[in-house]
Design a protein around this ligand. Structure first.
Ligand code: 5GP
Ligand code: ZN
Length: 138
C-alpha cells in the first residue's frame, strides 16, 4: 500500500515530519512546505495512488469533507480573498509528487498565481466533437 520511495508515504508513516492539520482513516492533511501564499496546505490520501486516475473512489469521497473543514479554518484564521482547490495529474498539469493530493490554495487579490486562464469564446463544433470522444470512452 505504501511506496517506500514516496515522500508523502514517508510523511504518513511518521518518517518525515510535517505540520499535520487533520487525519482520519483515509485522509491526511498538512501544511505545504513551499507555500505560495500563507495557509497553502495539502490533503493527501493515506493509501498510495499516483493521482486522481489511480485513487480509490472511497478515498476520494473523503477528500472534499476534509477540504471543507480545513478551508473553513483557513478562512477563519487568515481571511484570504479566495481559496482554490488545485489538483494536478501528470507533468503538464504541474504534478511533482506522484501520490494523490489536493492543494488548498488561499488566494489574495492580484497575487499573480497563474491559475486563471480567462474565458475566450469556444468553438462549439469542436466542443461537441471532443464531448463525443469523451462520452464514447466513459
Ligand atoms: P504538485 O506539484 O505535485 O501539485 O504538488 C506537490 C506539493 O508537495 C508541492 O506544493 C510541494 O511544495 C509539496 N511538497 C513536496 N515535498 C514536501 C514535503 O516533504 N512536505 C510537505 N509538507 N510538502 C511537500
Ligand atoms: Zn505515496
Amino acid at each position: 500500500m505504501a511506496d517506500p520511495d514516496c515522500v508523502f508515504c514517508k510523511i504518513i508513516a511518521g518518517e518525515i515530519p510535517s505540520f499535520k492539520l487533520y487525519e482520519d482513516d483515509r485522509i491526511f492533511a498538512m501544511m505545504d512546505i513551499n507555500p505560495f501564499n500563507d495557509g497553502h496546505c495539502l490533503i493527501i490520501t493515506k493509501a498510495h495512488a499516483e493521482n486522481l486516475l489511480a485513487a480509490d473512489p472511497n478515498d476520494l469521497a473523503a477528500v472534499l469533507p476534509a477540504a471543507q473543514k480545513i478551508c473553513r479554518a483557513v478562512e477563519a484564521a487568515l481571511e484570504p480573498e479566495g481559496i482554490n482547490l488545485v489538483q494536478a495529474n501528470g507533468p503538464a498539469a504541474g504534478q511533482t509528487v506522484y501520490h494523490y493530493h489536493t492543494h488548498i490554495f488561499p488566494r489574495r487579490l492580484n497575487d499573480g498565481a497563474l491559475l486563471n486562464w480567462g474565458h475566450a469564446p469556444g468553438d462549439m463544433a469542436r466542443v461537441e466533437q471532443v464531448y463525443n470522444k469523451i462520452m464514447a470512452a466513459m
